[in-house]
Design a protein around this ligand. Structure first.
Ligand SMILES: Nc1nc2c(ncn2[C@@H]2O[C@H](COP(=O)(O)OP(=O)(O)O)[C@@H](O)[C@H]2O)c(=O)[nH]1
Ligand SMILES: [Mg+2]
Length: 250
């Protein structure tokens, strides 16, 4: 059972899972969830399958978001999470749960505020070439437009201190949310200590919700719009006074 009051090295850990019809993936995620996870928040995004029932049976907090979209689901889930550290992953079983304690160790022991996980070197099967190519194009444009290097701009596994949410301007309600999180967290070097680390990655259970061409081009245009400042400001997901960055702690 994932529910634990152990805390991990004095930190409460929340796992947030955006889910749009993930009845096949969710049991995989819960099957080997480490005890270091204190709270699981499943964001149901208009699922028509047994996603909600399965999430409740496993003891997760279920929140509903009726605005369709990966980013919309995440915004609702991240607001609801209560942990000092938030871990994210898809509800499809692709991301490695047993890496969570290792990533928490790196974050806490090395003093990072944001870790994004790179899937590119560790898949158990070579993935669809179009996805790999699309990801590389987006990584390249991030280097060109924002001047930092990321190997997997589309990865959905991040580990971060909840307190950094007040510094992130998260405008996207769609798949571009993933790259926007990295752009926001990795470009504020004075405020946020960020790192990209490799992980293992498996084939998904259930059907992918990614519309490769449409989401790929949208995410590319999103980078330009973000760079040109056309996206404006979104309200922060947590209030200004909430949480403290590690360097501000005594
Ligand atoms: N694409 C998409 N994913 C959503 C939505 N709402 C929640 N999700 C979840 O976001 C995660 C990422 O989507 P997924 O289909 O796995 O994309 P992929 O990892 O690129 O194949 C999954 O857990 C989805 O269930 C939505 O409206 N659109
Ligand atoms: Mg996925």
């Amino acid at each position: 059972m994932f529910r634990s009051t152990l805390m991990y090295k004095n930190h409460r850990i929340s796992l947030v899972l955006p889910c749009f019809n993930e009845e096949h993936g969710l049991p995989e995620v819960f099957r080997d969830l480490p005890a270091s996870v204190d709270e699981v928040v499943v964001v149901d995004n208009n699922s028509t399958d047994r996603t909600i029932e399965i999430a409740r049976n496993f003891g997760a907090v279920v929140v509903r978001e009726s605005r369709q979209g990966y980013g919309a689901a995440y915004k609702t889930g991240l607001r609801r999470a209560t942990g000092d550290i938030i871990v994210t992953m898809d509800g499809d079983g692709t991301y490695p749960r047993n890496f969570i304690p290792i990533l928490l160790d790196v974050m806490i022991d090395e003093g990072f505020d944001f870790i994004t996980c790179d899937r590119t070197g560790h898949k158990d099967k070579p993935s669809n070439w179009l996805r790999v190519f699309g990801n590389d194009v987006l990584n390249f444009f991030i280097l060109l437009l924002f001047w930092f290097r990321v190997r997997d701009s589309q990865s959905g596994m991040w580990v971060f201190r909840r307190s950094i949410l007040r510094h992130l301007n998260l405008t996207s309600d769609g798949m571009a949310f993933s790259e926007e999180v990295k752009l926001e967290a990795m470009s504020k070097k004075k405020l946020i200590r960020a790192k990209e680390l490799p992980i293992y990655y498996k084939e998904r259970h259930g059907v992918s919700k990614l519309r490769i061409w449409r989401d790929g081009f949208y995410n590319l245009f999103f980078l330009f719009r973000k760079r040109l400042g056309l996206l404006g400001n979104a309200p922060p997901l947590i209030e200004a006074g909430e949480g403290n960055l590690q360097e501000q702690l005594p």
